[in-house]
Design a binder for this molecule. Sequence first.
Ligand code: FES
Length: 104
Amino acid sequence: MHRLTYHVLVCNGGCCHREGGEHLLQMFRREVTRLNGDHIRITETRCTGRCVDSCSVVVYPQGVWYRNVTQESVHAIVQGHLFRGEIQQELVSYTYQLQNFIEH
Ligand code: FES
C-alpha cells in the first residue's frame, strides 16, 4: 500500500448533490488518477453540515474545509493543495489550528 498523504472528503449530500457534487467527485477522482496520486484517497460523504458552503470539500490531515467548490476549484485544490502543498486560501471556510476549527 502506498503511503497515504491526503484524505479528501467530497460531500455529496442533498445540497451539494444539487450543486453538482457527483460531477465534482468524479473530477477529483479522474484528476488524481491522471496525476498518479497514489498518496491521495478520495471519499464521498453525506452532508458534512455546511450546506451553506455547497459544494463542500474537506482535506485531511490539515483539516482544511473548502467552500463553494466548482469545477475550476477542483483543479486548484488537486494541483495546488494535493500536489504542491499550497492551501487554496481564497476557497477556505475553516482550518484546524490549535485543536479548534478556525473560521476564515
Ligand atoms: S449536503 Fe454538503 S454540506 Fe450539506
